[in-house]
Design a protein around this ligand. Structure first.
Ligand code: GNR
Ligand code: NI
Length: 185
């Protein structure tokens, strides 16, 4: 179904742009994204560019916040062959159940991964790329990824679940990295 959306949109043959991914501690990552009012071509173009960006990174999920767009849009592809794109516009967690831990990484926190505790199962509502509402029950990696991405839309990062000590260490290393990159540019 999603593959259909993907090809129906004509993502193939369209010029897609690779977007810049913001890195922690960039303050833009702390903004709360606004709901999408209409799923129109501008949203579909953004989604296509987000896929280009996510696949190139490479990553398994991406929130619009990470590419400096304050809209409630999340994309994901958890498949081995990167052929199962999933899109969630205005995603909302309706229910959470249980608890689980998983090692998480983030394209906005490059080079670091830490264990994070989240709900084991979630029920999520969202709109698809035609603006049609759908609901989905998720567990495992999909549940983790949905919570991780929806956190991004609320200005939250996985480092927020870590101790201050760990978070500050990561922040200082990435600040230094950003300084070096700014000097090289
Ligand atoms: O690519 C990603 N991998 C990942 C692994 C474990 C838990 C969450 C993720 S999401 C991450 C991409 C990303 O930063 N999405 O916001
Ligand atoms: Ni992330």
């Amino acid at each position: 179904m999603i593959k259909y959306q993907y090809s129906k949109l004509g993502f193939y043959g369209v010029v897609m742009a690779r977007l810049n991914i913001l890195h922690y501690p960039n303050s833009q990552l702390r903004k709360s994204a606004l709901p999408v009012e209409t799923v129109d071509d501008s949203v579909r173009t953004l989604v296509a560019d987000m896929f280009e960006t996510m696949y190139a990174a490479p990553g398994i999920g991406l929130a619009a916040t990470q590419v400096n767009v304050q809209k409630r849009i999340v994309i994901m592809d958890l498949s081995e062959h990167k052929n199962q794109p999933q899109v969630f516009v205005n995603p909302t967690i309706l229910e959470r159940e249980g608890e689980g831990e998983m090692e998480e990484g983030c394209l906005s926190v490059p080079g670091f991964s830490e264990t994070v505790r989240r709900a084991e199962r979630v029920r999520v509502s969202a709109l698809d790329l035609n603006g049609e509402p759908f609901e989905l029950e998720a567990h495992g990696l999909l549940a983790v990824c949905l919570q991780h991405e929806i956190d991004h839309l609320d200005g939250k990062l996985f480092v927020d679940y870590l101790s201050t000590l760990k978070r500050d260490r990561i922040r200082k290393k990435l600040e230094k990295q950003a300084r070096l990159e700014a000097r090289a540019a």
